[in-house]
Structures are given as structure tokens and as C-alpha cells.
Write a protein of this length. Structure first.
Length: 576
């Protein structure tokens, strides 16, 4: 496998690869850009062609083409390996099924289930007719791997057991359920439903959403896979694996609610559309979209639920510093139906969409509200959005528009805006209020844990291999000194079930690396930096609390501690 990694690196230029994701500018012998992993106004992200690496001097993001794809696409090493191999035209050696990790078996089970559902769709005329009547073409049905789950309690279970999958594996990925009546018995979760596979960023099936074909007034209209080791609904966006290219190219994303809305939108040329798969858009969803483009257009159903979903998602997006527009659909319609019946109207609605603040102001002005009550409505429904804007220039722009459109005094609006902003700061969840303030939320503890796991993987690999390049005992002692023996034991325990897979990934990545010593040193430097940043964040929070309590002694103590930590961070080597 290591030869495949080396061959991919030889075939793919780091600047070409990263340049296909973000805009790079020449900077001497290197390239620079605004970092895709944190918010910044000036470029601090550099790409070294000679070294085949990247480094951000703002947030410390660092690595090669594999780590970039892992972080940007949100995939693991093997996912990045498959994506880059396809791009480089490199064939990967087939794996022995007995050597696959648990995660690989889960993915394989879902892939086989997708095949099963697709086959059953071709055998079930009513299901095929339903999809065609909704406006889908055969090409679209095939491209999105849409299928049908037969109205049978055990057919999928039997099919997959014959493929040598264990029932506990099928249960773990949400394909079968334990029977409450018969001990040891299972039954298929999806029955009599149109099946939409849900994909990860690499295009692997990780879950399903099933739409009931014949409404029995008892079963839910849509049934989704529950949370599993592969599927986290708060992080997964339906269609993102396809839409990401068009989102970058068109520089905006279209947000819809359901699978049918998305599939129809893609079928008619709007390839920058993503869907929430029946759940609310979260900060994690929006951060993924923000990496591709800062601009989003929300096209939710024209009903109360759709309007509410757009409202909540818009607040989240604005708090992340994104530009939000709203497409107003005719009452009682949804994107899929509108695209099928009146495609020109759908295109017109998208092209005439309004910024969320302009949208709400226009809605209020059309109601001809009495001036005094209009001011109250603006305070309640418009100023909260303006308060979420990062840019003071943007805030001033919208305040000026309100003054021009309503005649309300500007000083009064600014005073109300200040009070609204203060109220938001006191009530807004921390993951929202912090997100608009800088890079911290994107360089989360997940990076620290990733670095610890990489170093531990090297320790396991060097312990297992007969051709040792480093002393694993020395590495283990050093890691224990940095993070503490208790945390080291915790890492060892948490990775116990994936030891073989971790060794495989580490060997595939680092084998035959003549600069392994330097690579390990860089990992320790970055780990030290992440731990210092974490400690610095805690210290700054304590400093802020002490300042509010006017505890001068504590303020002096925490200020000195923050300065000490800052000095330590500045003293760490910065190597690209």
C-alpha cells in the first residue's frame, strides 16, 4: 500500500491539488491563500511545492495532500487514499475481506444493501412509476442509486447474511432491528419504502432515508437511519459529495430540505444544491459549506415548518459570518414540485432571491404597519439579524437602508441594535457566539486528538515492525510526558478495537519515509502548540471572568499566565 501512496504523491502536484479546492496565488517559490480551515482576512496559508506540504501560520494547519483531503473533505485516511488514487489514476490493490477493519465491513454492508435496493426497484413497477411521476429520469435514479425496500420483514437481512455479514454488524449500521417479541430475532428496518442512500464526502453510502410508497396513516412518511458509527446526522449533508465542485465553481450553495428537492434540483442543472435530510441545519453543516463558499441561498418549503427552518439556519449562518439569501417559494409548494411543473418559475425565484435582512424588511413594509408598531417589528425581527453580522460596514449599510425606507431615526436604531446584541451575547449558545469571533472553533480538540492518535499509531507500528526506524519505547515515554500517562492509557484503550487498522494506516502513510524523524518531531511540535492553545483559551476565559468580577488580584495572575503561554507559543518552531 505504501507504494500506492508514494505513486500518488509522485503523480499529484500539491499546488494543483489544493488549488482545485481554494484559490492560490504565487508567492515567490511557494503559493499562498486564505486558510480554508479558519476565518481570516489576509492570507497566512502557504503551499510549498518543493516539500509537497502546506502550512498555515494563523491556525497551525499543516500536512501534505493526504492530510489536506482528510481535513477538507472530512474523511479518514482510507477515504482520502481512495479519492486521491482516483484523481491520480492509480489502482489500489484489492483488500482481503478477512483483513478489513470493522468500519470497512460496515461500509461494505451498506454498499451491498444499496445494490439490493436498486435491484428491487427494477423489479417493482409501482415504485419506479412513482419516481418517474415525480419527474425523475432513469439516469438520475441510477446516478443517485435510488432503490426500493420490499414490503418484507426479513428479505434484506437474509440477503446480507448470505453475503457473510453478521447480524450485529447489520444492527450497528441501522439496517435491521432487534425484535421485542422474539429474543434473538431481527427484522428489516426499511420496508415498502423508496430508498435514498446518504453519502459521505468520499461518495460512500453511510445511511439511508426511506420514503413510504403507500401511506398507511400509521408509519412515518420518512424514516432515516439512526445515528451509527458511520452516520452523524448533525454533520452529514445529503448531496455534498457531488455538490462541492459546483459550490466552489458558482461560489454559492443552495439549501433545500428533502432528498427529492435535491435530486430534482441537480437533475435540472443546479448542481450546487445540498439538503439537510430531514433534520435541522447545524453549525457543523454550515461550517462545511463555508469552506467551499461564504454564500448560501435557502430554498425551503413555503409552509410554517419550512419558514421556521430557514429562520434558524439563517441565524446560524450569519453568526458564522456567511452571506445568507432567501428564495421565496409560492405558498403550498416545495422545490421538487415547482421544478417539475414550472422550471422557469424556479429559476426566476432563485435569481431574484434577497438577502435575509432585505427579505424580512420587504415583508414588513408590504404589510403597511403603523409607524410605531413597525419600529417594534423591526427591533424584534430584523435587528437580531443585523446584530449577527461580522462586518461593521454591513451593519451600517442595513441600518442606513432602514432609515431610508422607514424614516426611523438612525441614533434610535443603533441604540436598539446595541441592546439586541447584548441580549444575544448573553443567551446565544457558546458554539454560535464563539464561531463568529475567529478560528478557534475550527481548530477544536479534534485536531489535538488527531495528533495524539497519529503519534500513537507510529508507536504501535514501530513496535510491530521488524524494520524499526525509531525506538517505540522512547516515543511512548515522550508522548506520556507531554499528555500525561493517564491520557496515554485512555488513547491506548480507545484504539484497542482498531489496532490493526491503525497500524495499517500508519505503515501505509509513513513506510519508507526517509524523513520519519523530522515528521515525528513536527507532530510533537504541533501537539505542543495545540495543547498550549487549549490552555490559552481556558486562561483567557478565566481572565475575562475575573475582569467582570473586578478581581484585580486574579486579573493580574491570569494576565501573567496568558503572557507566559503566549511566549511559549511564539517560541515553538514554525516549519513548512
Amino acid at each position: 500500500m505504501s507504494s500506492s501512496v508514494d505513486l500518488i504523491k509522485e503523480k499529484l502536484d500539491v499546488s494543483d491539488l489544493i488549488g482545485s479546492y481554494i484559490k492560490l496565488e504565487k508567492s515567490g517559490i511557494n503559493f499562498k491563500a486564505k486558510c480554508p480551515f479558519h476565518n481570516e482576512k489576509s492570507a497566512s496559508f502557504f503551499v510549498s511545492v518543493d516539500r509537497g506540504t502546506y502550512y498555515c501560520f494563523g491556525c497551525g494547519a499543516k500536512g501534505d495532500i493526504f492530510t489536506f483531503v482528510q481535513e477538507f473533505e472530512g474523511v479518514d485516511f482510507r477515504g482520502a487514499l481512495k479519492l486521491l488514487a482516483l484523481r491520480a489514476g492509480v489502482s489500489l490493490e484489492p483488500e482481503n475481506i478477512t483483513a478489513r477493519t470493522q468500519k470497512d465491513r460496515f461500509t461494505s454492508a451498506l454498499s451491498q444493501a444499496t445494490f439490493f435496493f436498486q435491484k428491487k426497484l427494477q423489479e417493482h413497477t409501482p415504485a419506479l412509476e412513482y419516481l418517474k411521476n415525480r419527474g425523475l429520469t432513469e439516469k438520475t435514479i441510477k446516478e443517485w442509486q435510488i432503490g426500493y425496500a420490499p414490503l418484507n420483514w426479513h428479505e434484506l437481512e437474509q440477503f446480507l447474511v448470505e453475503k457473510e455479514f453478521q447480524r450485529n454488524e447489520l444492527h450497528a449500521v441501522g439496517l435491521i432491528k432487534k425484535s421485542e417479541k422474539s429474543q434473538g430475532e431481527y427484522y428489516d428496518v426499511f420496508r415498502g419504502r423508496i430508498m435514498f442512500p446518504i453519502f459521505d464526502s468520499a461518495g460512500n453510502v453511510i445511511a439511508f432515508s426511506g420514503r413510504i410508497l403507500v401511506d398507511d396513516k400509521i408509519s412515518p412518511k420518512y424514516l432515516n437511519t439512526p445515528e451509527t458509527p458511520l452516520f452523524n446526522k448533525s454533520e452529514t449533508l445529503y448531496g455534498l459529495h457531488v455538490a462541492k465542485i459546483d459550490i466552489r465553481r458558482k461560489d454559492f450553495s443552495i439549501l433545500v430540505e428533502g432528498q427529492m428537492d435535491l435530486v430534482m434540483s441537480h437533475q435540472t442543472g443546479f448542481g450546487n444544491t445540498v439538503a439537510s435530510s430531514g433534520t435541522a441545519f447545524t453549525a457543523e453543516h454550515l461550517k462545511k459549506l463555508k469552506r467551499l463558499s461564504n454564500r448560501i441561498l435557502m430554498a425551503f418549503d413555503a409552509d410554517g415548518a419550512g419558514f421556521s427552518a430557514a429562520n434558524k439556519s439563517a441565524q446560524l449562518a450569519l453568526s458564522l459570518g456567511m452571506e445568507v439569501k432567501v428564495a421565496l417559494l409560492p405558498k403550498g409548494s416545495d422545490p421538487a414540485e415547482l421544478i417539475k411543473t414550472n422550471l422557469p418559475a424556479w429559476k426566476h425565484i432563485l435569481s431574484t432571491s434577497l438577502h435575509i435582512i432585505d427579505f424580512y424588511m420587504k415583508s414588513l413594509l408590504l404589510k403597511n404597519i403603523e409607524p410605531r408598531n413597525l419600529g417594534k417589528e423591526i427591533r424584534s425581527h430584523v435587528l437580531p439579524y443585523i446584530a449577527l453580522l461580522e462586518s461593521s460596514i454591513e451593519r451600517s449599510h442595513f441600518i442606513s437602508k432602514i432609515v431610508r425606507d422607514t424614516g426611523i431615526k438612525e441614533d434610535a436604531l443603533w441604540e436598539d441594535l446595541k441592546m439586541v446584541a447584548q441580549k444575544q451575547d448573553s443567551t446565544r449558545p457558546s458554539h454560535i457566539s464563539q464561531s463568529a469571533r475567529g478560528p478557534q472553533e475550527l481548530r477544536s480538540p479534534a485536531k489535538k486528538q488527531s495528533l495524539e492518535k497519529k503519534i500513537f499509531g507510529i508507536i504501535l507500528w514501530q513496535t510491530a515492525t521488524t524494520k524499526k526506524q525509531l525506538d517505540p519505547a522512547v516515543l511512548r515515554t515522550r508522548l506520556g510526558t507531554v499528555i500525561g500517562e493517564k491520557e496515554l492509557d485512555s488513547i491506548a484503550e480507545s484504539t484497542l478495537h482498531e489496532t490493526s487498522g491503525l497500524i495499517f494506516e500508519t505503515e501505509a502513510y509513513y513506510n519508507n519515509n526517509e524523513k520519519l524523524t523530522d515528521e515525528v518531531e513536527d507532530l510533537f511540535i504541533n501537539l505542543a502548540a495545540e495543547r498550549l492553545k487549549e490552555e490559552f483559551t481556558v486562561a483567557m476565559t478565566a481572565l475575562s471572568a475575573a475582569e467582570k468580577l473586578k478581581d484585580t488580584e486574579k486579573v493580574a495572575e491570569m494576565l501573567a499566565h496568558c503572557q507566559e503561554l503566549s511566549k511559549k507559543m511564539s517560541g515553538l518552531p514554525k516549519r513548512i
